[in-house]
Design a protein around this ligand. Structure first.
Ligand SMILES: [Zn+2]
Length: 358
């Protein structure tokens, strides 16, 4: 994404947000501060479901605007955030259903509900209500950003996220809305449980680099075919809200117990053929870091000759069961029983590769 023009980055991300029902047709805006000090921003009063690159407005650092529309009515708070925080280069504001639900009951979602969100979102700020589009709203939000927050709930309004670039801001937005959905859905079937900071540290400290490197790697056609299959299924999973940018591992058995697997720390939406990591004879392709879950995929392939592909992911409805420890009874319709059979649940952390008891 980094070398893509700001207006095209904005179109790509607003499209993802809109298609996944994370904002309304009229609400939500995105901006990018470029290296010239100019701000690229979505326009006011244009349907978010049909924006084109030339609809994006450039507000020059001297205040003049270039483009065929007026900039977003919320532009004042985007500008205020950039002035308050030089480390922030992109801002997303939206009205996603779950975070708006939190904003109207005036609560902040606890991001310890899943393993990675605490580090991606950081602590969450709270901006008290001010009139949308007003300078005062900009001041209130900028004050929260000055405290160090990058993610904020806006009272009776929505959310605003900052990032070092647009991908970073989107990952934060997606993870925070995911937490909010999981908490809401979980509350419908039980009482959500939250991870301790120590349990989250265990997740973060899994070491993916210990696997030895190959001296050279070959890429036969049947290997390349599987790379494409993995990329396609990851993209489909993201589009269907069955995976988010920051979490999810997919692998496919290749030859014997050798396999291909997704890398660690690559945004799932932007996964490319070159990102996939080949694991052969227990060794990884050099210069690549496979998923932290590689060892468990390897063990599953070794012990289960009939398993040819593994997907690890988070989806909001399934996570509702995971965080409440409720049993998911799949004997509801015939199809679910045929495809799933009974689903066991495992303790948090049992698939981590650490020196601890796991
Ligand atoms: Zn708004």
């Amino acid at each position: 994404m980094k070398l893509i023009h700001p207006r095209d980055q904005i179109i790509t991300i607003i499209d993802r947000i809109y298609k996944r029902n994370m904002t309304t047709t009229s609400g939500g805006n995105i901006s990018i501060l470029d290296d010239n000090g100019d701000i690229w921003v979505t326009p006011a009063a244009v349907d978010k479901g049909s924006l084109k690159p030339l609809d994006i407005i450039c507000v020059k650092h001297d205040g003049t605007t270039v483009g065929k529309h007026e900039p977003s009515s919320e532009f004042p708070f985007h500008k205020a955030i950039y002035e308050a925080r030089p480390d922030i280069k992109s801002v997303i504001h939206a009205h996603p259903p779950a975070l708006v639900s939190f904003s109207i009951v005036r609560k902040i979602p606890n991001t310890n509900v899943i393993s990675q969100a605490k580090h991606i979102c950081g602590p969450i700020g709270y901006a008290t209500y001010e009139l949308p589009g007003s300078e005062k709203l900009g001041e209130v939000i900028a004050e929260e950003f000055k405290k160090g927050f990058k993610a904020i709930i806006m009272e009776n309004h929505g959310t605003v996220l900052g990032g070092s670039d647009l991908t970073d801001a989107f990952e934060r937005f997606e993870a925070l809305e995911f937490c909010a959905r999981t908490i809401i859905y979980g509350s419908q079937i039980g009482k959500p449980a939250y991870l301790s900071d120590a349990q989250i540290d265990d997740f973060e400290s899994q070491v993916p680099k210990t696997r030895p490197k190959m001296s050279s790697t070959e890429f036969p056609s049947d290997e390349r075919e599987k790379r494409l299959e993995i990329c396609k299924i990851v993209k489909r999973a993201c589009e269907q809200s069955l995976m988010i940018s920051s979490y999810g591992t997919v692998s496919m058995r290749w030859r014997g117990d050798d396999f291909l697997i997704t890398p660690t720390n690559v945004n799932r939406w932007d996964l490319s053929l070159e990102d996939i990591v080949q694991i052969k004879n227990g060794e990884r392709e050099k210069k690549k870091i496979p998923s932290r879950a590689t060892w468990i995929h390897q063990e599953i392939y070794k012990r289960n000759p009939k398993v040819n592909s593994i997907i690890m992911t988070q989806s909001p409805y399934l996570m509702a069961f995971a965080v409440t420890k409720k049993h998911l009874d799949v004997r509801t319709i015939p199809e679910s029983w045929i495809f799933l059979q009974d689903i066991p649940s495992l303790e948090y952390g049992c698939h981590f590769k650490t020196t601890k008891k796991f």
